[in-house]
Design a protein around this ligand. Structure first.
Ligand code: ASP
Ligand code: MG
Length: 458
C-alpha cells in the first residue's frame, strides 16, 4: 500500500472509526447499567413525623408529599407517626378525669388511640396521591413490649412482613408510633411520652434501614437552645453519647430511650425539619439537618459540642447528718423506693467532724414528695434540718472531646465567677459537667459558656 493511495487511506481510517463507535456504544451501555443500578440500589428509610408535623389534615398532606418524594426517588419507606399535637395530652386528661387512680392498662388503651388516627389518615392521603400505602398498629406487626404499661420497653419487632411488601408491592408502611403489645396478655401498651421516637428507631433497626429520619419542628440539633442563645448553631453531626446527654439534660428533641436504642443498634438518626417544602428538597442531595451517629464517624471533633440547661430541678439539703456508715443508704434507699430520681449529690464535712451536710437534686415535680420521703426516714437517717430550693437551674457542658482535654471545667468556673454567678453544686462525668445555679442566672450562664467554648456562630 502506498501513501496517498485513497483506498488505502479509507481503510486506515475505517478501523479506528469503527473502534470509536464501538467504544462509545459500550460506554453508553455501561452508563445505562450504572444508572439502573443507582435506581435499584435505593435506600431503605424510616421517616418519623411528630405531633406538630401531623397536627391537622393540611399538615398530614404535607407529610404525604415528603413521603412521596422519597418513594418516587426509589426508596423503600416505613413512616412512623405521632398523634396530632395536643391529642395525647387531651387523652391523658380524660383518663385522669375518668378515674384519678386509673388502671395503667386502660390508660394505654385510651392514649394509644391518637396514633391510630394519624396512621390511618396518612395512609388514606398517600393512597390519594397514588402511593401504595398501608397503616399498621403496634399489635399488627407486632411490636412486642414488656408489660410496664405507660412506659413499656420494646422487646422485639417483626419487620419481615414490611420488607416483603417493600419488595413485592413497593408498599409504604405507615406505623402508629408510641404503641406495642404485651404478648402474654395480648394487651396494648404505650412506650412513655415522646415514645414514637423510640418506635421509629426500633423499626429502623428491625428492617435494617439505612437511615432513620426524625422530621420535627426544628431543622436539627443546636449547640444550645436558640431561644435562649441567639448565636446557637446547628450541628452537622453529634455522637450518640453526646446526644444522650443532651436528651437527658432537657433538650427536648428526642426521647432518651430512642437515642439509647440508636446507639445500641448503630442506627443513623437524622434530625430534620418537616416544615421545609417537600418539593424544595432534592432527595439525592445531602439534606439539611443533624446526623446522630457513632463518634468514629465524626472527623472534626470539638472539645465542647453544646450547652444544655434545665430549670426543672430542685435542691434538697440535709443539714448535720450523722457522719457514719449507712447514712447514704438510709437517704437514697427510700428515695429510690419511691421512684424519685436523684441527680447531683454533694456531701461536705461540717465543722464539728461528727456530722455532715448533704445536698442533692431531684426533678422539680418530685420536690415535695422527696421532702416527705426524707422526713419520714428522719429517725433512720438522723439529721438536724431539711432545707430546699426550687428556683435553681442546672447548666451542663457536653463534649466527647473532654475525655482527652484537661481544664475544660476550670475555665467555666472562672468565667461564671467573673459574672458573679454562684455555683451551688457540681457534678462531672467523662463527657460532661453540670453546675447548679440560681435559676435567675440561667440565660446569662448559658450564653457565657456558649461564647467561652467558641460555639457562637460567626
Ligand atoms: N403521642 C405521644 C406523646 O405525645 C408519643 C409521641 O408523640 O412521641 O407523648
Ligand atoms: Mg416528640
Amino acid at each position: 500500500m502506498q501513501a496517498g493511495d485513497p483506498a488505502g487511506m479509507y481503510t486506515r481510517l475505517l478501523w479506528p472509526a469503527l473502534g470509536l463507535t464501538f467504544c462509545a456504544g459500550l460506554y453508553r451501555l455501561k452508563w445505562r447499567v450504572w444508572e439502573s443500578q443507582v435506581r435499584i440500589t435505593m435506600a431503605r428509610l424510616v421517616m418519623k413525623f411528630g405531633g406538630t408535623s401531623v397536627a391537622d389534615l393540611d399538615r398530614i398532606r404535607n407529610v404525604a408529599r415528603h413521603v412521596k418524594r422519597e418513594v418516587d426517588a426509589g426508596n423503600d419507606v416505613a413512616v412512623v407517626v405521632s398523634a396530632m399535637a395536643g391529642r395525647t395530652d387531651e387523652l391523658v386528661r380524660w383518663c385522669r378525669e375518668a378515674a384519678m387512680l386509673h388502671d395503667a392498662r386502660e390508660y394505654d388503651a385510651v392514649v394509644a388511640s391518637g396514633e391510630q388516627v394519624t396512621a390511618g389518615l396518612l395512609a388514606l392521603v398517600l393512597e390519594g396521591l397514588g402511593v401504595n400505602a398501608r397503616s399498621w398498629q403496634g399489635w399488627q406487626l407486632p411490636i412486642l413490649t414488656d408489660d410496664a404499661h405507660a412506659s413499656a420497653r420494646i422487646l422485639d419487632i417483626n419487620g419481615a412482613e414490611l420488607i416483603k411488601r417493600f419488595k413485592e408491592h413497593r408498599q409504604v408502611a405507615v406505623i402508629a408510633g408510641f404503641q406495642g403489645i404485651h404478648q402474654a396478655t395480648g394487651r396494648l401498651t404505650t412506650l412513655g411520652r415522646g415514645g414514637s421516637d423510640t418506635s421509629a428507631v426500633a423499626i429502623a433497626a428491625a428492617i435494617k434501614a439505612d437511615r432513620c429520619d426524625i422530621y420535627t419542628d426544628v431543622d436539627g440539633v443546636y449547640t444550645s437552645d436558640p431561644r435562649v442563645v441567639p448565636k446557637a448553631r446547628r450541628l452537622d453531626k453529634i455522637a450518640f453519647e453526646e446526644m444522650l446527654e443532651f436528651a437527658s439534660l432537657g433538650a427536648k428533641v428526642m426521647q432518651v430511650r430512642s437515642v439509647e436504642l440508636g446507639m445500641v443498634h448503630n442506627v443513623r438518626i437524622f434530625v430534620r425539619s418537616s416544615f421545609e417544602k417537600p418539593e424544595d428538597i432534592d432527595p439525592r442531595a445531602q439534606p439539611k439537618g443533624t446526623l446522630i451517629c457513632d463518634e468514629a464517624d465524626i472527623v472534626e471533633q470539638q472539645v465542647v459540642t453544646g450547652i444544655a440547661f434545665s430549670k426543672d430541678e430542685a435542691q434538697i439539703s440535709i443539714r448535720r447528718v450523722q457522719d457514719k456508715p449507712g447514712v447514704a443508704a438510709a437517704i437514697f434507699g427510700p428515695l429510690a423506693d419511691d421512684n424519685i430520681n436523684v441527680d447531683m449529690i454533694v456531701q461536705n464535712v461540717s465543722a464539728d467532724g461528727a456530722t455532715t451536710d448533704l445536698t442533692f437534686t431531684v426533678p422539680a415535680a418530685d420536690y415535695e414528695r422527696a421532702r416527705n420521703t426524707i422526713a419520714k426516714a428522719k429517725a433512720a437517717i438522723g439529721y438536724d434540718r431539711l432545707d430546699g430550693a426550687t428556683d435553681v437551674a442546672k447548666v451542663s457542658v457536653i463534649g466527647i472531646g473532654m475525655r482527652s482535654h484537661a481544664g475544660v471545667a476550670a475555665m467555666a468556673f472562672k468565667a461564671l465567677s467573673e459574672r458573679n454567678i454562684n455555683i451551688r453544686a457540681i457534678t462531672t462525668s467523662e463527657i460532661k459537667f453540670s453546675v447548679l445555679i440560681d435559676a435567675a442566672y440561667t440565660e446569662l450562664a448559658v450564653r457565657t459558656l456558649h461564647s467561652l467554648y467558641g460555639l457562637d456562630k460567626a
